[in-house]
Design a protein around this ligand. Structure first.
Ligand code: HEM
Length: 518
């Protein structure tokens, strides 16, 4: 039952200034905190200060709390009225809306700016995925980060309804005949910019472990099936995964070998009749492994390195690994103990597994660049708000040149990353998959290296700006703490920074003209 709210003058509110009868004003709303003050997590005393009791505490409140505190039902109940002839003007996160904070959005989404790359269908898709993220992914993400469970099954299914799982695999034949985001974009026109839009919007759920929990395993584990699986294998597995009912992961790295895939020790040997593989060994740091039904496994075979699809069955065991992000991602240690798999599950040629792996590395790294670029903006958005709201030495933090200098570098880095990313994405749209591998592997490797280094610097700077709150898991610095703790993931997944940097230079050296002299 909604209670009747009244209008009060500031003079009337000022009369409620004793411990038993205590009102305050925040953003033109009047709060009766007479009883709440004794339960307030920040203590009773703050409410009894001369400039708080019966007074307007808006500025003091927003120096210490996130807007979302006021949105919680238990605190909304404290509102008894509104100041006469005044309106609440402040807001927090508005579902589906673009942020108006400078540099919180890429240029193409900023009012008054232009882009040669993004068309009407990209914009419409962006609007739809933002709403989806704000209404469905963000609340589930924040809750799952706290309880550590995998993303809710209903979320996987809602994503399937609009074919988000399929779209996250990028453009291609797998989209044929599907209705994408209720028909906003046709499968034929879906390009890498549409995929970029999806990745950059989903990352706004602002929960790193959850982000990976949302089928990051599919993004890297399904392409080998799509590109190298038999028609029968594809017909069985792809629809199950796109429906959100089954999950797949990529199982390559081991305790002894990560970036060095030739150092892997999991073996696959053929049965005497040649009809099955017998797989033995283990895999480590397998994203989504704990809740996956299928595993795309890199194995040592007689002829070298072979990729084989394994279904969860007897002999397959998954144990969660505790990492610095939440268990929501389902990061697992996977063991294979005499696991029998039909040879039809071989992906690509026997002994040619490296091509199966390499064929998707660029796409995987490019996806990571998309999310890294966008997540850095979340930090910039938070820092811009914080330096305006937070006072130190009697002035807002933004009045300090040293703080502005940190923001300047954060902004310059993210803008350069996004521009480079859009250029690479445009190149991808013009090239075949094979051409991309030849011409863009180095560019993508450099971008990923640069982007994740920039992200780590931005995380360090943001912690300095937020001070103690930047290392606190609740309250105003929650996002900064989360980002700082989880940003190293981006620098490791898909190839460690130094490995990528070296790959880029080696590829460039191969392209050196033989006749050029200094
Ligand atoms: C309706 C009014 C208010 C509500 C509902 C409220 C609610 C809360 C909540 C939920 C927290 C802990 C949340 C967190 O970690 O973010 C908190 C902390 C705090 N609050 Fe309030 N509060 C109110 C007004 C105020 C005012 C007016 C002041 C000071 C003038 C104040 C000072 C503090 C302080 C100092 C903390 C601890 C902050 C920290 O640990 O960083 N609160 N409040």
């Amino acid at each position: 039952m909604s209670k009747e709210l009244k209008y009060y003058t500031r003079e009337e509110v000022a009369k409620h200034n004793s411990p038993e009868d205590l009102w305050i004003i925040i953003d033109a709303k009047v709060y009766n905190v007479s009883r709440f003050k004794d339960m307030h997590p920040g203590g009773t005393a703050v409410f009894l200060e001369e400039d708080v009791r019966g007074q307007d505490a808006t500025e003091a409140f927003f120096g210490l709390h996130l807007y979302e505190v006021l949105e919680k039902p238990q605190y909304q109940r404290l509102v008894v009225g509104t100041i006469k002839d005044e309106k609440s003007v402040l807001h927090g996160r508005v579902s589906g809306a673009l942020s108006e904070i400078p540099y919180a959005e890429p240029t193409w989404l900023t009012k008054g700016y232009y882009s040669p790359f993004f068309k009407e269908s990209h914009k419409k898709l962006q609007e739809a995925v933002r709403k989806f993220t704000d209404d469905i992914l963000y609340p589930d993400g924040q809750a799952r980060e706290l309880d550590g469970k995998p993303p809710s099954q209903v979320v996987f299914e809602k994503m399937a309804e609009v074919n988000l799982h399929a779209m996250r695999m990028g453009p291609g034949k797998h989209l044929k005949g599907l209705t994408l985001m209720n028909g906003i974009v046709s499968p034929e026109e879906f390009d890498y910019f549409h995929e970029l839009v999806i990745t950059q919007e989903i990352v706004r759920a602002a929960a790193r472990g959850y982000g990976d929990g949302l089928n990051a395993g599919t993004v890297i584990g399904l392409p080998p099936i799509l590109n190298f699986g038999s028609p029968e294998l594809k017909a069985k597995i792809v629809p199950e995964v796109f429906s959100g009912k089954k999950h797949i992961c990529l199982a390559v790295s081991e305790a002894h070998a990560g970036s060095d895939v030739f150092g892997l020790q999991t073996t696959a040997t053929k049965t005497e009749d040649g009809k099955h593989w017998i797989i033995n060994g283990h895999k480590k740091w397998i994203t989504n492994g704990h809740f996956s039904d299928y595993f795309t496994v890199g194995c040592k075979t007689e002829d070298g390195f072979t990729v084989i699809l394994v279904e969860r069955q007897e002999g397959v065991e998954t144990k969660p690994i505790k990492t610095s992000y939440s268990p929501t991602a389902g990061t697992a240690f996977v063991t294979f103990d005499n696991v029998k798999v039909p040879v039809e599950n071989t992906l690509g040629e026997e002994g040619a597994g490296i091509f199966v792996m390499l064929s998707n590395f660029n796409h995987e790294r490019w996806v990571m660049c998309c999310s890294s670029a966008r997540s850095q903006r979340l930090l910039i958005e938070a820092c811009m708000q914080w330096i305006q709201q937070r006072k130190a030495f009697g002035k807002p933090l933004s009045s300090l040149a040293v703080i502005r200098s940190k923001l300047a570098n954060m902004i310059a880095r993210v803008e350069s990353i996004q521009s480079w990313l859009e250029n690479i994405t445009y190149q991808m749209c013009q090239m075949s998959y094979k051409e991309q591998a030849q011409k863009l592997a180095g560019q993508i490797a450099f971008l990923k290296m640069y982007s994740t280094r920039a992200a780590q610097q931005t995380a360090i700077d943001a912690v300095q700006i937020f001070g103690g709150r930047g290392i606190t898991q609740s309250g105003m610095g929650r996002l900064v703490e989360h980002y700082y703790r989880t940003v190293p993931f981006d620098a490791l997944l898909g190839g460690a920074e130094d490995v990528l940097a070296d790959l880029g230079v080696r590829q460039a050296m191969r392209g050196m003209p033989e006749d050029a002299r200094l």
